[in-house]
Design a protein around this ligand. Structure first.
Ligand code: ADP
Ligand code: MG
Length: 674
């Protein structure tokens, strides 16, 4: 399996290079190269019975000639005959056919029988001697994804060379699992993939490989979980009066879901094994205060908390929120981002190291080597899917022992997926919004009726509320097909909203500029904030009640839901207006978002519409690179999960399964949060 392809018969240095460019280096890589589709040429038709379409005939070549046509093109025409009749075959630029077909042997010809140049003909058929094993004809032919410079025929030929090997490979899964779940054996599945006798075989083969991938992935997370349970972390005992006091000083009542999540965390804190928990909550469900509560408990026991957020705006905002909530209890909060520089930075780093700061909120700046903690007991990663495994690990490693980890995400994930992506995590879900919230009213608004829209928006501003206007470009593009924040900012200032104050925010501005703009907006000095999607993640300005999304058809469902989640953060009625780029009928995506405020429901829809790729954290998904498994297949995921549980509890030694171990260990490295 690990033999370099170049050593296989039929692969030269040139084709080896072409394979390598497509990521295929070894025999094993090629065996796992999945056909894109199959074409059924398995049935031989007598020439007299042929109808247009894909056909295979078994015939001799009676006459063959090649003649040049224009611009160096050569046409080869042959008359093929069997006992029932004759037909004409035509090849373009394949003069070698004359040599191949001479001599009166019987051949299989597979190709398309079609009407061309005023007659029916077989165009560009493959041809193989009947006395040889057919590779390119007379069978269900796999069609492989295109590799630059390489013909699919060559792929088939090399796989044909490897067929004896396929048939003798040992299984990669324990036989108990093969039996229990009625799977094809490994070697049958490989043969079924590349040399199927029936189309059902190709399906069963894929099914087996999909199961295997899921099994490996789920086994990896179970092993991670097991390893985590063996670590010794920090015990942080629960101090009821401290938590009660914190809760009683909040300006609101915690929701039931927040209480349950907080309780989950406080219980995990008391164990010696480090917490590994995901807090999943729809936008606006109030995750920050849950993290704050836990950080309060940690600080009371003398532990520091690090909270990492994906943007400076967000870090700043969390720090302010937590400072307001926790300052009264003497908990000290610091902010560390790229824009904290010079003396203040030195001073902050010193304070963190001396343990004079209890909660450090920051961006990626937190993972720099200059940052050292005195006693880091609790790590919170906000919008965790924005970070890669390495970044999370870097932060966790800043403690002598594994700290407790709380990963937070506002991207709800369907249950079936949660198992595969977050199998090793315990999950808490905030499935309710604070009681005072009214559902956001969402409307798709035709671009032709902008004046009426602006009137509605202006009446909200007149009531003292604030407005976001989101465009997905910073500057006008050459095509001018989509709105840019810069142009829109100008247009609104000179036109419909010249009597209002307007701010502008985008990712190319300096941190100081951004901070100043956010500050003005959160203080209520500006009425309207024209922004790119930099405000997509986490920003919390409760007085903003209108979200206007321009060119809404250019955003994904999850993104639209996130953007909408910037409003509806107070007791006021909020509105989301989505203006598509043209007045065509709205897409399914837009209709769904108009219909539902439920992030979990929308995530299910998104999964159907786009597949699972987009739901993963970016850094994780690319690397997982699942080839066959469809993560939407809940039933199969459950089966694979059962198999993985069985494997762990059966006490089998992973190392006895070489290929499985290799894959599982790779997945373990990719998915672990530790
Ligand atoms: P998200 O879950 O999207 O991160 P936040 O933590 O930013 O949400 O909270 C959104 C807003 O809701 C904040 O202004 C927060 O103070 C407020 N909030 C949180 N919990 C409650 C609650 N139980 N009742 C009322 N408001 C709450
Ligand atoms: Mg948040």
């Amino acid at each position: 399996m690990t033999t370099s392809l170049e050593r296989v018969k039929g692969v030269g240095p040139k084709s080896a290079e072409q394979f390598a460019a497509a990521g295929i280096y070894t025999v094993g890589d090629l065996l796992h190269f999945l056909p894109r589709k199959y074409e059924d040429f398995s049935e031989v038709t007598p020439i007299a019975a042929i109808t247009p379409g894909k056909v295979t005939v078994r015939a001799r070549c009676e006459k063959i000639e090649t003649r040049p046509v224009r611009r160096g093109m050569k046409i080869t025409t042959a008359t093929l005959a069997d006992a029932t009749g004759k037909l004409q075959a035509v090849w373009f630029n394949q003069p070698y056919r004359a040599t191949q077909l001479k001599g009166g042997d019987e051949f299989f010809f597979s190709g398309v029988f079609e009407f061309a140049y005023n007659r029916y003909q077989l165009t560009n058929p493959s041809a193989e001697k009947v006395s040889d094993t057919p590779v390119q004809t007379d069978r269900i032919l796999p069609v492989y994804p295109a590799i630059a410079g390489l013909k699919t025929q060559l792929v088939r030929k090399i796989l044909h060379e490897l067929q004896p090997l396929m048939r003798m490979l040992p299984d990669t899964l324990p036989e108990e699992i093969i039996r229990q779940y009625g799977l094809m054996s490994y070697s049958d599945a490989l043969v079924g993939l590349h040399f199927p006798k029936t189309l059902q075989q190709t399906k069963d083969a894929r099914q087996r490989f999909a199961f295997e991938e899921l099994f490996q992935l789920l086994l990896a997370s179970q092993l991670n979980k097991q390893e985590n349970a063996q670590l010794t972390g920090w015990k942080i005992p629960f101090t009821q009066p401290v938590v009660k006091q914190f809760v009683s000083k909040l300006p609101f009542m915690l929701t039931a879901a927040q209480r349950v999540a907080a309780w989950d965390i406080l219980q995990d804190f008391e164990k010696s094994e480090p917490m590994n928990r995901l807090l999943q909550g729809d936008v606006g469900s109030g995750k920050t205060v849950v993290a704050g509560l836990a950080a309060r408990q940690a600080a009371y026991e003398g532990f520091q908390t690090a909270i990492m957020a994906p943007t400076e705006i967000l870090a700043q905002q969390h720090a302010e929120t937590l400072d307001t909530l926790l300052h009264p209890f003497g908990v000290r909060v610091g902010v560390l981002t790229g824009s904290v520089k010079g003396k203040p930075r030195q001073e902050l780093l010193r304070a963190i190291e001396q343990g004079e700061v209890d909660i450090v909120v920051g961006t990626h700046a937190l993972i720099q080597s200059t940052v050292a903690f005195k006693r880091l007991g609790f790590v919170v990663i906000d919008e965790q899917h924005r970070f890669g495994v390495a970044q999370r690990q870097a932060l966790l490693s800043k403690s002598e022992r594994m700290p407790h980890l709380l990963a937070m995400t506002a991207t709800p994930i369907p249950r079936s997926l949660a198992l595969t992506v977050y199998g090793e995590l315990d999950i808490s879900v905030l499935n309710e919004k604070p009681a005072d919230r009214k559902p956001i009213s969402t409307k798709i608004w035709s671009p032709n009726s902008r004046p009426q829209l602006y009137e509605e928006i202006d009446s909200e501003i007149a009531k003292g509320r604030q407005v976001y206007v989101v465009c997905n470009r910073i500057e006008e593009s050459a095509e001018g097909d989509r709105k840019s924040v810069e142009a829109e900012y100008k247009r609104l200032r000179q036109g419909a909203f010249k009597h209002r104050t307007i701010g502008l925010l985008h990712g190319k501005m300096s941190s100081q500029e951004k901070e100043a703009v956010m500050h003005d907006f959160s203080e209520g000095t500006t009425d309207i904030l024209v922004s790119t999607t930099v405000i997509e993640v986490g920003v919390n300005i409760p007085n903003a009640t209108v979200m206007l999304i321009e060119d809404g058809d250019h955003f994904g469902l999850a993104q639209l839901h996130q953007l909408r989640g910037r409003v509806g953060r107070s007791g006021h009625q909020s509105y989301c207006y989505i203006v598509p780029s043209d007045s065509k009928a709205p897409t399914r995506r837009l209709r769904e978002i108009e219909k539902s405020n439920d992030g979990f429901y929308l995530a299910e829809v998104d999964l159907q519409l786009r597949g699972p790729g987009e739901l993963y954290g970016r850094a994780q998904h690319g690397a997982l690179n699942l080839q066959v498994a469809t993560l939407g297949d809940t039933h199969q995921i459950q089966q694979a999960q059962k198999a993985a549980q069985w494997f762990v509890s059966s006490g089998k030694n992973l190392l006895h399964y070489e290929q499985l171990a290799k894959q599982v260990q790779a997945y373990q490295r990719l998915t672990t949060l530790n």
